[in-house]
Design a protein around this ligand. Structure first.
Ligand SMILES: Cc1cc2nc3c(=O)[nH]c(=O)nc-3n(C[C@H](O)[C@H](O)[C@H](O)COP(=O)(O)OP(=O)(O)OC[C@H]3O[C@@H](n4cnc5c(N)ncnc54)[C@H](O)[C@@H]3O)c2cc1C
Length: 386
């Protein structure tokens, strides 16, 4: 199927082009649609928005496993203080599950955080979303921006051009820099410096989900294992949690998920771990077995019915480091990341920045993805939206 490409000219541009279809990009589209329903823009035209997403799915760092399609392999937890996420969950009529082994009140979404994405996308016009479309260049013109993007996997990839009055960039900061996206004229040096210094939170991590026919563990086993993993930190795994859930029809799935940092350097003969999910799963189970209090009572660990591996470091549109050695520091609020760039001839901002790392309260987290979307909508209201 041909991707939907918006028809635009410099004299008939989009109102907004959103770069990136993670939670932040899709939350902005959601708010634009809500505003459009009750108003038209300042020039009495409908809001013409379009979203371009590099990957072949919407969600970015939010994604479910490929077996049950209900377990998170990306962002999962929401903490009690995260009011924007809790409100979104309530508005979308989703339910949450307590993460019982943790004592800080965190929850995850029944059916995975992807349910948030699916529920929002169901409210949008899918003609306004193009998947497998990577923005590579943005050029400022007098009153519009010319954005070039490539689609498909053909070599050389097919190039397309779209004209837009303004851009909201939600791609992670380092992936918004040249050579990934070339900006002409260049973004301010303060902005580029801040982007360069900002890790894409959790992009180095591999999540591995283990599924079982029965629940062999309880809260105290999980708590004990977490303590032991932390104490004996000598392998790939650095955390673990219960990812069981109950399906709507009452069928239960029994699973736990581990966070791992897989060695992608060629120095340590670890190629088989990268190339074979089976081998990686078995090495992880051996690591867990080496630290359980009583091996005999945990022989069920090898009896998993299936497993799912997701290496975030290998996702080109999210990770700038395919050979990660550390998870990296949690991003701190950075005002420069949030500031708009480029002015039109009429003095309005042309490029806005959302995406979780640009949030000034909860950068790195899903809460920050939604918070940055709200901030950009307020910024757009100051100059353009009703
Ligand atoms: C393993 C893991 C565990 C996590 N755990 C938690 C957790 O428990 N709780 C929590 O709150 N958060 C967690 N997070 C973080 C959370 O998932 C993110 O904060 C959130 O999903 C970010 O959303 P976003 O829209 O800001 O960015 P992203 O999801 O990164 O979306 C950016 C999008 O831009 C696209 N893109 C990039 N470049 C281009 C381009 N040039 N053209 C077009 N598209 C482009 C990307 O493909 C991507 O889809 C976790 C993340 C991971 C990976």
């Amino acid at each position: 199927m041909m991707p939907s490409i918006p028809e635009t000219t410099p004299y008939s541009p989009l109102s907004v082009l959103i770069i990136g279809g993670g939670l932040s990009g899709i939350a902005i589209a959601h708010e634009l649609v809500a505003i459009e329903k009750s108003h038209v823009d300042a020039h009495n035209r409908m809001i013409r928005w379009h979203l371009l997403e590099s990957q072949n799915y919407i969600g970015g760092r939010i994604k479910n496993d490929n077996i049950t399609k209900q377990i998170d392999v990306g962002g999962a937890w929401i903490w009690p203080s995260q009011q924007k996420m809790h409100k979104l969950i309530r508005d979308l009529k989703l339910t949450t599950i307590c993460q019982d082994e943790e004592d800080d009140g965190r929850v995850r979404i029944q059916g995975g955080a992807s349910r948030v994405i699916e529920s929002i996308v169901a409210r949008l016009n899918d003609q306004c979303i193009t998947l497998s479309a990577t923005v590579i260049k943005c050029v400022k013109m007098e009153n519009a921006i010319q954005a070039t993007f490539v689609t498909g996997l053909s070599t050389p990839p097919q190039e397309h051009v779209v004209y837009t009055e303004r851009i909201v960039c939600t791609a992670p900061p380092r992936l918004s820099l040249p050579p990934r996206i070339k900006w002409n004229p260049p973004l301010s040096s303060a902005k580029m410096m801040a982007q360069k210094q900002t890790n894409t939170w959790m992009a180095p991590v591999t999540k591995v989900v283990f599924l079982y026919d029965n629940k062999h563990w309880d809260v105290s086993w999980l708590r004990d294992m977490k303590r032991r993993i932390y104490f004996y930190r000598n392998g790939l795994v650095f955390d673990l949690y219960d990812s069981c859930f109950e399906e709507v029809d009452g069928c239960n799935f029994y699973a736990f998920t581990v966070f791992a940092l897989v060695d992608w350097s060629d120095q340590n003969n670890t190629r088989d771990l990268r190339e074979s999910d089976e081998r990686l799963a078995s090495v992880i189970i051996n690591q867990l077995l080496s630290i359980v209090p009583s091996q005999s009572s945990s022989c069920w660990m090898r009896q998993y019915s299936s497993h799912c591996v997701h290496h975030w470091s290998q996702v080109q549109s999210l990770s700038d480091d395919p050979h990660p050695e550390f998870v990296g520091a949690h991003p701190h609020p950075n005002q420069t990341l949030s500031q708009p760039e480029w002015k039109s001839a009429s003095g309005n901002n042309m490029v806005y920045f959302a995406g979780t790392e640009s949030d000034l309260s909860s950068p790195g987290l899903m809460e920050g993805a939604v918070g940055s979307a709200h901030r950009v909508i307020e910024e757009l209201k100051e100059s353009w939206l009703p």
